[in-house]
Design a protein around this ligand. Sequence first.
Ligand code: URA
Length: 244
Amino acid sequence: MAKIPTSRVDKLLSSMGYGSRNEVARLGKSGRIRLDGNRLMDATKRIPVTPDLPTRMTIEGEPLDPIAGLYILLNKPLGMTCSHKEVGALVYDILPLRWRSRTPAISTIGRLDKQTSGLLLLTDDGDLLHRVISPKRHVTKTYRAKLARPLTGNEAALFATGDMMLEGEEKPLAPATLQVVSDTEALLSVTEGRYHQVRRMFAATGNHVEDLHRESLGGLSLPDDLAPGQWKLLNDDEIALIFQ
Ligand code: URA
């Protein structure tokens, strides 16, 4: 059986963004940390760090945040940037402020352009991040593209060839699948994550993407009831869907 990790309470809570170790010590001394309903006054105490801790520990009367191993599914709204440091609205602004100080840090798994909406994953799990973005895994990303001009009918064949070149690049694109929805709308599934890839693929056919929305990643789809700007935590079964 895997050994349950333990941590000092001050170290654990500090890594979750609740403040410096001294600040957490003060929270404890003032009786604002409770474990199983009892005041935990001494924040130097070591406790087992089990996934159920948020159901057993409260900080100032609120359940503890989820412990490390966070998998977040966000419906990214338009106009937000997938960056920690650019000016303007950032996707991280949507999450609780305290989560910006967590260690390990939370990062997006890949990026969507500022003017692309839809399914975006964020995690503090570096292994998962690398597995999802690794070219070897061929995780399919499906985008709904609304176009400025009608499709010519040649796009699907061109995208499927596996030898389409994007301007300024030396390696052809891996085959991609196009499903036509209407004259000016299509679903495009790609397995790579090149810079502005979908927009550049349509630009290469003489078209222009006016609206871009990511609908799914592997077998994981954006739920209909997750409005733009809303997010939810994923469980193990949902994470496994990414690789199906
Ligand atoms: N392709 C793009 O052009 N933009 C995105 O945000 C994602 C894929």
